[in-house]
Write a protein that binds this ligand. Structure first.
Ligand SMILES: NC(=O)c1ccc[n+]([C@@H]2O[C@H](COP(=O)([O-])OP(=O)(O)OC[C@H]3O[C@@H](n4cnc5c(N)ncnc54)[C@H](OP(=O)(O)O)[C@@H]3O)[C@@H](O)[C@H]2O)c1
Length: 346
C-alpha cells in the first residue's frame, strides 16, 4: 500500500476529500474520465499576472476535484507563459500528483514568426508540442489538440501528425478544436484509418452561442454518433453569463482588461437584458447565474466537461458548487430559457 503523504509545514497538501464533490464523465467512448468542471489557463495565468494568484487558483481547483487543465502553446500573455506558469506550479506543489492530472495543450494559431509557427502542418504541430513539453516540464501531455482547421494543409497531414504524436508517447489522446461537424467527421475517419481514435473535440458553446446544436448533422450529432467527447470552452461567454456586468463594467473584469477577445462593446443592452432574466430564473432555483449557465451546458448529453476560466479562487469555488446545487431543469424551464435567449418572451 502506498505510504500516505505526511503533512510538512509550508508544503502544499491537497484536500483529502478532493474527489468527494466532483463528477467525472467518460470522454466519448474512451476510457478517459474528465472532471465535469475543468479549468482553462487562457487568461490570468500569464507572465503578466500575479503568480501567487495563479497558484492559488490551480490549487483551489485541485482541492475541489478538478483534474482537467486546459492550455495552448500561445496562452499568456506572453505567448507560452501560461505553460511556464503551470510548469512552475508543478515544481512547487503538484508534480507528485502528475498522475492525478489531465494536462492538455494545443497548436494551430500563430505562435512564432515565419512559415512554421502557425496553422496545421506536421512541421508546426510536432515542433510546437516539443516546445510545450519543455515549458510545462513534462514528458507527455494527456491530450494534444489541433487548435483550428487549416484550409491549406491536407487534413491527412494534420491528422497524421496527431497520430504520430500519440505513437511517440508525447500525448496520450488527441483532439480537434473549432472544427465544424463535417470537418470533425472527416478528421475522425482519417484518424480511425490510422488506428488512433479522435477522442475529444473542443468547441465554443454557451447559452449565447449554440452553433454546436445547429445543422444536420449538427456537431453534437457527430460527436454522439462517433463517441467523441466534448470539452466546451467559454461556457460563461467569457464572464457575460455571470453577475459580473449586471451593475456596470468592473475595472478588474475581463471586459475592462486589455484582453482583445472581450471588450466593453460586448456588454450590450440586449445581452444584459437576457442575463437579468436568466439570473432571476437562476435565483428562483437557488443558483447563481454562472451556476445555471454551466449546468445548462452540462445537461447537453454530447458534453463531457465545461472548461471554465477564472480570475480568482472564489469563482472556481462557486463554479464547482454547481454540481452540488443543480437539479435538472424541467421542460418548462428549458422552454423559458429558450424563449429568453431567442427574445420570444418579450
Ligand atoms: N479552443 C479554443 O479555441 C479556446 C478559445 C478560448 C478559450 N479556450 C479555453 O477555454 C477556457 C475558458 O475560457 P474562458 O475563460 O473564456 O471561459 P468562461 O468560463 O466563459 O469565462 C471565464 C471568465 O468568467 C468570469 N467568471 C468565471 N466564473 C465566474 C463566477 N463564478 N462569477 C463571476 N464571474 C465569473 C471571469 O471573468 P473576470 O476575469 O472578469 O473575473 C473569468 O475570467 C480557456 O482558459 C481556454 O482553456 C479555448
Amino acid at each position: 500500500m502506498a505510504k500516505p503523504y505526511t503533512m510538512v509545514p509550508g508544503f502544499y497538501t491537497p484536500a483529502p476529500d478532493r474527489y468527494d464533490r466532483m463528477e467525472y464523465h467518460r470522454c466519448g467512448r474512451s476510457g478517459l474520465k474528465l472532471s465535469s468542471i475543468s479549468l482553462g489557463l487562457w487568461n490570468n495565468f500569464g507572465s503578466v499576472n500575479v503568480h501567487e494568484n495563479a497558484r492559488q487558483m490551480l490549487l483551489t481547483a485541485f482541492d475541489l476535484g478538478v483534474t482537467h487543465y486546459d492550455l495552448a502553446n500561445n496562452y499568456g500573455p506572453l505567448p507560452g507563459s501560461a505553460e511556464e506558469t503551470l510548469g512552475r506550479i508543478l515544481d512547487s506543489d503538484l508534480r507528485r500528483y502528475r498522475d492525478e492530472l489531465v494536462l492538455t495543450t494545443k497548436a494551430g494559431y500563430h505562435m512564432w514568426e515565419g512559415p512554421y509557427g502557425d496553422w496545421g502542418s506536421r512541421k508546426y504541430l510536432i515542433s510546437s508540442l516539443d516546445q510545450s513539453l519543455k515549458r510545462i516540464k513534462v514528458d507527455y501531455v494527456d491530450i494534444f489538440y489541433h487548435h483550428r482547421p487549416d484550409p491549406n494543409t491536407p487534413l491527412e497531414e494534420t491528422m497524421g501528425a496527431l497520430a504520430d504524436i500519440v505513437r511517440q508517447g508525447k500525448a496520450l489522446y488527441v483532439g480537434v478544436s473549432n472544427y465544424n461537424a463535417e470537418q470533425t467527421a472527416k478528421a475522425a475517419d482519417i484518424l480511425e484509418r490510422m488506428g488512433v481514435p479522435l477522442t475529444i473535440h473542443q468547441p465554443r458553446y454557451n447559452m449565447l452561442d449554440r452553433w454546436v446544436e445547429e445543422g444536420k448533422p449538427s456537431l453534437c450529432d457527430v460527436l454522439l454518433e462517433r463517441g467523441i467527447g466534448a470539452a466546451v470552452f467559454c461556457p460563461l461567454a467569457q464572464g457575460l453569463l455571470t453577475d459580473r456586468y449586471l451593475n456596470g463594467i468592473p475595472s478588474d473584469s475581463r471586459a475592462a482588461s486589455p484582453c482583445v477577445f472581450l471588450n466593453e462593446k460586448a456588454v450590450t443592452e440586449d445581452v444584459l437584458n437576457k442575463v437579468r432574466k436568466l439570473s432571476a430564473l437562476a435565483g428562483e432555483r437557488g443558483e447563481t447565474m454562472a451556476q445555471l449557465a454551466l449546468a445548462w451546458v452540462l445537461e447537453n448529453p454530447a458534453i463531457t466537461s465545461v472548461i471554465t476560466g477564472a480570475s480568482r479562487p472564489d469563482q472556481i469555488r462557486q463554479n464547482v458548487e454547481t454540481l452540488q446545487k443543480h437539479v435538472p431543469l424541467s421542460e418548462e424551464e428549458h422552454k423559458a430559457i429558450r424563449a429568453i435567449l431567442t427574445g420570444e418572451d418579450a
